[in-house]
Design a protein around this ligand. Structure first.
Ligand code: DQA
Length: 144
């Protein structure tokens, strides 16, 4: 199984960015934690981070033939991007939406995800562990 992991805007700043909300774990720490778990679970991962909506749309669009599933934290685009939602729907790959923080416990504008309705599910609020849970969830896809 080959999984594409997409990190959206400002997640490159994790560790320094609002640590009270997002913790002190860096994106590099998250990626290496996922790599270690992926090895255990015998799946392969590719990581992609972008601060640009169009780049994320293109990456999703080209993922169809190469990957079996997507784990994505669309970050701020969660709440605004019809283009990323449409890309997920168009590519047809099972996608799991991830958030470090519990978006439903924060400002009202974060309560709505435009992406979640076209995903298999959403994991929100467990810090860096959200990504590990998403990786484990990927293995259950297609089993029902
Ligand atoms: C986030 C939540 C979003 O609302 C926010 O814009 C982010 C990070 C999270 O992981 O908790 O950038 O996706």
């Amino acid at each position: 199984m080959k999984i594409l992991v997409i990190h959206g805007p400002n997640l490159n700043l994790l560790g320094e960015r609002e640590p009270a909300v997002y913790g002190k774990t860096t994106l590099g720490d998250i990626n290496s934690g996922m790599e270690a778990l992926a090895k255990e679970l015998k799946v392969s991962l590719e990581f992609f981070q972008s601060n640009h909506e169009g780049e994320i749309v293109e990456k999703i669009g080209s993922a169809r033939k190469t990957f079996d599933a997507i784990i994505m934290n669309p970050a701020a685009y969660t709440h605004t991007s019809v283009a990323i939602r449409d890309a997920v729907a168009a590519c047809g790959l099972d996608t799991i939406e991830v958030h470090l923080s519990n978006i439903y416990g924060r400002e009202e504008f974060r309560h709505k995800s435009l992406i979640a309705p076209v995903c298999k599910g959403q994991i929100s609020g467990f810090g860096a562990e959200s990504y590990m849970l998403a990786l484990r969830a990927c293995l259950t896809l297609g089993k029902k």
